[in-house]
Design a protein around this ligand. Sequence first.
Ligand code: NCD
Ligand code: ZN
Length: 344
Amino acid sequence: MQELTIRQPDDWHLHLRDGDMLACVLPDTARRFGRAIVMPNLKPPVRTTADASAYRERILAVRPAGSCFEPLMTLYLTDNTQPDEILRAQASGFVHAVKYYPAGATTHSDAGLTDIVRGDNVFAAMQDCGMPLLIHGEVTDPAVDVFDREAVFIQRHLIPLMQRFPRLRIVLEHITTRQAVEFITHGPENLAATITPHHLLYNRNALFRGGLRPHHYCLPVLKREEHRQALVLAATSGNPRFFLGTDSAPHPRQDKESACGCAGIYSAHAAVELYAEAFESAGALDRLEDFASRFGAEFYRLPLNRNELTLVRQPRSVPDIWPDERGPLVPLRAGELLQWQIRD
Ligand code: NCD
Ligand code: ZN
């Protein structure tokens, strides 16, 4: 196949940041996606509907001319979030989910919940109004091996949460393990998961290929090959509870190439192209459209996009620095080839 036209996709997990970085990265997403669920882990976090409204305006202010890209906003759950904030969010029409970070689990998560049960009043309100809870599913217990933190989170926190709130709509974000795939596959209809392009294409060897590779470092960290294969099977299975979420997470180059480098991989410059590679390798390009453009919208109870996006099978090389030689970022695949391109 040399060309593939699909319904325009949406990105159900994205970091757009703020200020200059926002202006730098937004065109990449707006060129490919109709909508994106925008993560609230700014400094300070997006805690209220009023914060989300202001952030949304800042995004729309730098949206490229002619673009119809729609940011779908989220709130950041803290120990102080009150149930009435959920009602305001629901009534706003532009807040589509609430994000739970265990405090200390990842980049800018220090304002997250210190104990998941502290969110119970808020979870009850979300369950009642149908607002999805997006979960960064890793335990922060330093005694747990970093490669096991997702699997332990499911057992220790997610299963009890689902027992306390059986009707709560949950997205386990950026899953990385066979255990998560099995849990979602056998879980109820109100439980779904997003899968990133990097977890479909790379295993943990990528972190150490010929030396330490900070631009392949993200959280949850890349796992063994057997887990990557389980993710590919899930993404290409046609199960509507697995859908696209890039977790594209830009950091300035110097913050990644540092003695304590930040977690986060920038992939928005090639997001759909990378998913196409992963699906093509699995012989499942015909399943890409549902994963990228249907299942997420259905879970979020939003209409499907009406536009189309065309991918052309034509290799292109990715620059070392993004978006140009003065750019702040090192993109995924820097200095290497992509197999697909977007046709304008
Ligand atoms: C994200 C970021 O940089 O904001 N980093 C990452 O490695 N994925 C935070 C997150 O989603 O965990
Ligand atoms: Zn993320």
